[in-house]
Structure formats: C-alpha cells, structure tokens
Design a protein around this ligand. Sequence first.
Ligand code: GLN
Length: 484
Amino acid sequence: MHNKTIVELSADLHAKKYSSEELTRTFLARIDKFNPQLNALVTLTGEQALTSARHADAQLARGTAGPLTGIPLIQKDIFCTLGVKTTCGSKMLDNFIAPYDATTVIKLKDAGTVMLGKANMDEFAMGSSNETSFYGPVRNPWDLNAVPGGSSGGSAAVVAARLAPAATGTDTGGSIRQPAALCGITGIKPTYGRVSRYGMIAFASSLDQAGPMARSAEDCAILLGAMAGFDALDSTSVDTPVPDYRANLNNPLQGLKIGLPREYFGKGLDAQVGKVIDDAIKQYRALGAEIVDITLPNTMLSVPTYYVVAPAECSSNLSRFDGVRFGYRCTDPKDLADLYKRSRGEGFGAEVKRRIMIGTYALSAGYYDAYYLKAQQLRRLISEDFTQAFKQVDVIMGPTSPTVAFNLGEKLADPVTMYLSDIYTIAVNLAGLPGMSIPAGFVGQRPVGLQIIGNYFDEARLLNTAHKYQQVTDWHQRAPEGFK
Ligand code: GLN
C-alpha cells in the first residue's frame, strides 16, 4: 500500500480493497519503524488518526466519500492544529498547544484526510537544510548523510520514505520546492494569496505561502484543490474561484512555450545537475514544447533583496514571542526587561536571532530608506523581469537548486553559502508567482528537481506541464533503497 499514490489509494478505498483504518495502521507502523532514523516527525497523532480513519470508513460505506476521504497525510509543524502541539521547530513553542486549527488544516480535515502527525522543520521555517530545528536535523532518505533540504525537510522526507503519501509544506523563499527537489518528490508553491495563511505561524507575511508535497503532480492537483480558496480570516487571501486542477492535466503540450532563463544555467550551477535539467528539457521538446531563451536580468539581486525583506518581516512577526502571552518563559526573571531578554535569548536558536537582528537593524529609523525601502524597489524590478518574460513564454523552467542534497553539517558554518542554495527559488516568492519542483533524475543516488514557474494563478498549467512529463518518465516513482 505504501508505494501507491493518492489516486491509487483512493481507488482502492472506494473499491473496499482495504479500509482507511488498515491504511492508517500501515503508515503508522512504517513511521514507528523508520522515523527514528529520519527524525522527520516531531509529534505523532496515532490515536486521533485512527478515529479520523474510522470516520472516513463510515463515509466510504455511506457513499459520501471524496477523492481524499481516508487518505493519511502529515502536516508541517508550522500549521496550528487544535489540541495538538504546534512547535514551528522551536524551543520557543515547545510547550504550545494550538487552540484552533489553521484554515488549511480545517480544509484538509473537511476533505476527509487523516493526519498522522506533525513534520519536523527548520526553526520558524528559516533554513535550507532542516538543521536549524530545535528537534535536530532530518536525514534524507536517499542518503542518511545528506540533508533533506528545508525548511519543509520533514515533510519532504516522510513522502520520499513512504511514511505518508503526502504532506503539507510552506514556501517563503523555496521551502516547498527545494526540499521536494532534494528528496525526489513533487511539490507546488501556489500564487501568493491562493491558499489561506490563517493559522500558519508567520515568518515573512508578504512571502509565505502553503502548498502540497506528494509523489505526483496529479496528487498535488487533488490536494491543492482542497487547500486553495478565499478565506475571510486572511486579508491577503484572493477571492478568485478555485479551478478543477485535475481537469486539464492531460492537455497536450504541443506548442507550449518554455522559457529558459540564462541566469539559471550559468556560474554556480553544478554541471551534473545542469546535465539532468538539459535532458528534461529535451523530453519536453519531444512532447512538442517550444524552447525559448529568455533573461531574468535581476536574478542576482534576489538573494540580497530577500535577506532584507524576510528578516525585516520576521523581526516584526516574532516580536509576539515575549514570554508573556504564550511560548517559552525563562525561570525566575528579575524584572520585566529580564523576562523579555532571557525568554527570547533562551527560546530562539542562532539562525532566528541572526534574522531578528538583521531585520530590526534594517527597519530602524535612519536605515529604513537605505535598506528596506531599497529592497522593496528591487523587489519591484525582480517582479518586472517575470512580467516581461511571461509576455514571451507560458512557463519558465530551470533547476530548482544549484546542487543536489549536501551533507549534514557541510554548510552550517557559513550562512551565505546556505542562503545561495535558494538562488533559483527566491525570486518567485518576491514576485508572488507559483512554482513547482518535480523529480527529473539523479546525480549518483541523490535526486535532482526540475523547477517550473508559472504566471499568476496559472497553477493548472504548471500541474499539466508536470503531469505530462510524469506520464513519460518514472523519476517520480523511484523509491530510496531501504524504504521501498
Ligand atoms: N531557505 C530560505 C530561508 O532560509 C527559505 C525558507 C522558506 O522558504 N521558508 O529563509
């Protein structure tokens, strides 16, 4: 059962080949067996999962089930889950039990999914390797010495290791796409505003967006259909109808214009990763697509721009963790100032503190114009690059990440090298566009992801473009040795 996609599992559940309870027990047993090696889950909700599974079985029996009824999945621990610990990978929230469900969690529950547990992640979603988590790093199922990527590293690892058919992720600068690439799975970051951010612990509010991570584009289409939609509780949620993302999956790619930005294929790209991407592009040519060389001239500005905007927003968002209302509180504070200082000093890890300091500095009077305002102007130029490009092409393709998964500890001492692993993903968030990553091959035993970027609200086309490739290749079906 564990190797099947959501589409296959759902067909089996509807055909009564097995029950959701049996399916849930299968995955819970795999989690018991494999999670100790991977450290991909921080909280297990087995009892609750079995109750939801029985509920789903009743719906299946009554004939009122949908495509996600009875399907187990894992939530990234950034989503508030009613009555269940929600840590965001931080000591600061190690004792936090959410008093309500995030909108995405409610929507997936209403669709009949069964939550098995909560996935490990970089602390407050800041990182590209899952090594900033208070709960320790996650290991990549393809090679236990490698990182799974971040910040949705736990989500990517559980799907790759077949501990669940799907997981949720969030992407502020690449955190769905980069771990999906490094773990050989499929993930989509929708257009900003497509999926509600209500109940999703905020990192950088103008960039954060949730999306599904699964093994195929078709599964992502089903999940995104359930997650997307207007939410009055999120003021940045966009009120446009959610299309049926499965309806156009099989559209032919004849005449599809694919743009290859020259900046995504230059210096910094590992030659073997580049070769895998070239082969994927050849495959698209064979499917009838037309390849167009394009330029995104401000690409090199995206990492420095992001590392002003994201820290500025996080320094504001994380000011609520002060040891008073919720979260970690230091013992025996001398006075109020001591309470704030020590609660934050002891509750946050090094990367989070680094960002809060950068952000506070960039927003301070006297520096605001020089840094934050300048970064906002550059952000506009970066978006403009894409607007120009989408006048010529339908989608943009390139590598998701410049390298395959790196070794644990390899980039930890050098934040700037770590930040550069998001060089091809970050601009998409600055522009608010949708982007996805699909498995396209390997370098040695480590997976390579192909990134597909689309115009605003063009998720259906991205999923169609990915699905057609997955119909003629089997990279997305490969399973890591030891987890088959
Ligand atoms: N790696 C980037 C960062 O560290 C992006 C993280 C994310 O998308 N949440 O901020």
